[in-house]
Design a protein around this ligand. Sequence first.
Ligand SMILES: Cc1cc2nc3c(=O)[nH]c(=O)nc-3n(C[C@H](O)[C@H](O)[C@H](O)COP(=O)(O)O)c2cc1C
Length: 502
Amino acid sequence: MKLWVPSDAAAKACGAEPLVAAIAAQAAVRGQQIEICRNGSRGMVWLEPLVEVETEAGRVGFGPMTVADVPALFDDPERHPKALGLVEEIPFFKRQTRLTFARCGQIEPLSLDQYQAAGGWEGLRKALAMAPASVVEEITASGLRGRGGAGFPTGIKWRTVLEAEAPQKYIVCNVDEGDSGSFADRMLIEGDPFCLIEGMAIAGHAVGATQGYIYIRSEYPDCVRVMRKAIALAETAGLLAEAGFALEVRVGAGAYVCGEETAMLNSIEGKRGTVRPKPPLPALEGLFGHPTVVNNLLSLAAVPWIMAHGGQAYQRFGIDRSRGTIPLQVGGNVKYGGLFETGFGITLGELVVGVCGGTASGRPVKAVQVGGPLGAYHPQADFDLPFCYELFAGQGGLVGHAGLVVHDDSADMLQLARFAMEFCAVESCGTCTPCRIGAVRGVETLDRIAAGDATALPLLDDLCDTMKYGSLCALGGFTPYPVQSAIRHFPQDFPVAREAAE
Ligand SMILES: Cc1cc2nc3c(=O)[nH]c(=O)nc-3n(C[C@H](O)[C@H](O)[C@H](O)COP(=O)(O)O)c2cc1C
């Protein structure tokens, strides 16, 4: 029997390690030969640890598995109470369009053979045979926009770095992934790390950079270990030398603001992680003062597929100016939480209710925060909103890194708004006064509102405007969005706002 048990941190958190030990022990007791392979996660987190057993028809899933469920796996798998049928037929999985995450969960993350057999290096091979400018054109044609939050067109960023004349250029991959609800960067590295190496090597060839850095948050120790191992394997196999590219992992120290690209560059340089004014753009004066491509992991991991299949093929997915697929990550109070990769255009309601089954508590959905701690709280009235950068912005929100946190009707939106302000106060790097001081005053003002002080409401509005327009980066600039959306959509939770409306 050949089994697959994820080594992904989410599966481990749900008990994958004792499960593997129990499976091995059970096989030994029965004198049965088995092979246990460790894959990444399929992204169906509510089923973790998800055990897969290879059959002639395909891989059959069992989950969420516990140690107590192991003996039955050896007795009669077909009648196992946790049997799920073919993994790729599970509706949550089947409804997806997996381009970036195509291999994640399918292969052993550190197997170069399996990576190659599943289409790995095809994009890099094609790119290396092309002139750098043509690679940039292909990325531009794909319509790929930065998946880290701002949605900036990746092709334009790459062209700026390509055209900059400098003796040294860099590719920096942003895996700071601090947004609430998001985990796609971690899952990709823990499930398919060579995909990121391939994407970064393509970016290096496209812009003329010979060195790359992967900045990973310290809260992701498994991710750091897998990435370092993958780089070492690619080096030993001569793959990086062939591409003329070197790679190094740098580990953050636990500051949200270090996900902001200029603070991250400071952090990599060994400096304190505070934001730099722009201009100069990192594309022209980035890491150590040299032209630098800073991209989110999901942007870079989309690149191998684009190069292998062509920019036109990628841009056929999606709507309006939001092209390709988006790996949506759904967490919080949700029945079927996990990673769902699909073309832009799926609506918020279709995702949260149709795909993810609504709340885990079974109560009505009250609000969904999209795009991390700086994203707006969306009410059910927004459920027809399609995932699209411009349409979300038009609704006072953002797609961001596409992390969603679902809340049921027991959520207190005043407290959630207060949390947003408090988060900003704690995480502010202190460079801009409206962010550093404004967030502290924001918490105090929300406390006055909670105490029924009606004079505090217009103050909060003024304060939010000052923060929006007076902060260099989106930490201070976007914190007002969750606060103002909470007041706008849920006035019943703000006693003085309700009175004003009546
Ligand atoms: C406070 C703050 C935190 C951020 N955190 C992240 C992060 O964790 N990961 C990320 O890729 N981008 C993050 N960003 C966005 C980056 O500054 C930058 O836009 C992005 O890495 C560029 O890559 P992309 O074009 O591929 O999205 C953050 C921005 C701000 C203002």
